[in-house]
Write a protein that binds this ligand. Structure first.
Ligand code: FE2
Length: 373
């Protein structure tokens, strides 16, 4: 195995592209009106956004442009709920010029589903293509400005959305050239009031995105640079933030880490830890951020040694010899109250081995560099 990276030996070509314009920093939300211009807007947000004052703030920022508010968003959006939401949206707001999505991953993913219209105006047409893998070309399309209110999902800078179909035990990924947001407006101010549990879950999701883009067959030097920076920030700052949720500096660092991780995996997609997470969420009800992070030490252990270039990149994240990194990462998670043992989530050792084997064969599992080691 060469000690040089694949790129240095010239054995591998790569590319990086992301069409999302990013505005980042305290106060950038005030730019929303100018970004919308003369377009009429439908705001997509989570139900509690009414009580937290977010809807009122958006009403002030958008003024007469605001044509409607869709706030009955469910977490981990399911085909059943989307069916009604989608039909209502295209019937009521088919003429709007733009969608603004303010919320976490579920909200932004729901907006990505709404933004691509079928010829019939019915969601079923879109679901059929997701379920069968048939190509889908939207008959109508609304641009999207994504405003994350959590620091983790990365959905504001990716081109895909997760759609669950619990009735059939399935998870689909909607990914079209039309589902990339036009702009990501990332204002850390919006994360200041986020409670402890979603803060933790989102931060761990960002860490998972960063690591999963590195131990990934689609890795490239741009995603690596973004992912190293993101992972180091989460490891350094998330424990501090959990003790000081109102700290503006730490919220800034986590928002930046989540954005960087999002930009990294926007070009690589995820890998084994996310592949394992889907049944853990579907069958065991785990929040996404915990489901995709509690296995990170185990996946890291499998990744180490698979490729010298990947080892070198992973080595830049941990302040210890790489062979000690899985243990250090497990300590990090346990100290945050996240168990790294399947048994603690109701999955026996034997069941876990089956689940991991199936996850390695899943679409995302096939991205994992350690798949054949
Ligand atoms: Fe994720």
């Amino acid at each position: 195995m060469s000690a040089l990276s694949d790129a240095a030996t010239g054995s591998r070509t790569w590319g990086y592209a992301n069409p999302v314009a990013v505005r980042f920093g305290y106060g950038v939300l005030d730019e929303l009106g100018a970004l919308c211009g003369a377009r009429s807007v439908v705001l997509v947000c989570y139900p509690e956004a009414h009580q937290t004052g977010l809807v009122a703030r958006m009403e002030r920022l958008l003024g007469d442009r605001l044509q409607g508010v869709v706030s009955d968003i469910e977490s981990n959006p399911d085909a059943e709920g989307l069916d009604r939401l989608y039909g209502d949206f295209w019937r009521t707001h088919g003429q709007c010029g733009l969608i603004v999505a303010a919320g976490g991953g579920s909200t932004i993913d729901t907006a990505k589903v709404l933004m691509v219209g079928t010829a019939s105006g019915q969601f079923d047409e879109l679901l059929q293509s997701l379920a069968t893998g048939a190509s889908f070309t939207p008959a109508h399309h609304k641009p999207l400005i994504a405003v994350p209110t959590t620091a983790g999902t990365g959905s504001e800078v990716t081109g895909w959305a997760t759609v669950w179909e619990r009735a059939r035990g399935l998870k689909h990924s909607l990914a079209l050239k039309q589902t990339w947001p036009e702009t990501a407006l990332v204002d850390p101010e919006l994360t200041l009031s986020l409670p402890a549990q979603p803060t933790l879950s989102a931060g761990l999701d960002a860490l998972s995105h960063a690591l999963e883009s590195i131990w990934n067959i689609h890795h490239n030097p741009v995603s690596d640079a973004l992912a190293i920076e993101a992972a180091r920030k989460v490891l350094a700052h998330l424990p501090q933030l959990m003790k000081a949720l109102q700290d503006r500096g730490l919220r800034y660092e986590l928002a930046l880490a989540a954005l960087s991780a999002g930009l990294a995996f926007s070009n690589t997609k995820t890998a084994l830890a996310h592949s394992i997470s889907y049944p853990m969420t579907l069958q065991h009800g785990l929040a996404h951020g915990v489901a995709c992070s509690f296995t990170l030490p185990m996946v890291l252990e499998r990744a180490i040694g698979a490729n010298a270039g990947r080892d070198a990149v992973l080595g830049r994240i941990f302040d210890c010899p790489l062979e000690q990194a899985p243990g250090q990462l497990a300590d990090f998670l346990e100290r945050l109250g996240v168990s790294t043992r399947f048994e603690d989530y109701g999955v026996s050792r034997e069941q876990a081995q089956i689940l991991i084997a199936q996850a390695l064969d899943g679409v995302r599992g096939q991205n994992f560099i350690g798949r054949h080691t």
